[in-house]
Design a protein around this ligand. Sequence first.
Ligand code: NAP
Length: 304
Amino acid sequence: MTAMQQTFRLNDDTAIPAVGFGTYLVSNDDAPEAVSSAISNGYRHIDTAAAYQNEEAVGAGIRAGLQATGLARDAIFVTAKLWPGNPAWGDTPKSHDQTVAECDASLAKLGLDYTDLYLIHAPYGGPERIAQWRALLELKQMGKARSIGVSNFNQGHLDEIKLAGLPMPDANQIELHPWSQKPELISYMTENGIAPIAYSSLVPLSTWRTQEGQDSAKTDAMKADESVFTQMAAKYGVSEAQLLLRWGVQNGYAVLPKSLNPDRMRQNIDLAGFQIDDADIASIKTMDRGEGVAWASGDPSTAA
Ligand code: NAP
């Protein structure tokens, strides 16, 4: 196995590893061991969020991974996310000052002095959205976040920042896989220098979030043609998961696979040994089914 060590550039010229380790649905019991072994297996980007309620355990995993590998803090890229509140769920949007305090709280839980990338998790802040973005700009100035960005923002949400005359996000973390390709949003982001980071790359797998209580809005039609990538993967002698992750990386998207299974964890970063050919890239382009399915509560990018 060869761990992929490719990097991409964010808007502010920082390098972001092409493959990161996702920690959504990783429990506090599992996170220290999972994150530490991800680092030992070559992952150099760890993605977490206040909403995952595992920051202390993820932080313990980062420390254990650094100790096991002898790496320094700056060898690891850590993404953390602000939970912005959501009035539709009776959850008051975070103000500017609360946003700064939330970042401090996340850093304390993670046991870090800075996060490499701090994101607004979703555009749920409504009237406070711009105040939250101004707070992130200050956090960057203060050195608490090396780069800043957003997640689940659509073009309208990004335009709001532009119209306010503020610097644009360094990145937008969104659901991206062959069934949710978002071509218009991606070209807007490219024109505005906003790096795409792909989450839930593995949605088309039959094994994606199969345990009880794991939310997904996958339709029956999707489940019926989940096998479409199996044959394509066989042609390259790789797993379906590797094909889906390679598709993201070949498009220039950093990917964030999550797995608690040691073999899958190693497989998901072993992407350098093959290249999806032009004919298959063109065929995948025709498979777009529109918006994502990772948020069973509804697509957050439609928030007002
Ligand atoms: P994912 O990484 O696309 O898929 C994870 C699922 O696929 C799990 O059920 C996992 O099960 C299974 N799996 C992983 N590798 C596999 C392999 N090689 N073969 C077969 N099955 C495999 O899904 P995700 O967790 O939704 O997204 C990844 C990360 O993106 C998250 O952890 C989180 O950090 C981030 N994310 C962000 C947002 C956002 O709103 N910003 C939303 C969703 C996700 P096992 O563990 O059993 O292997």
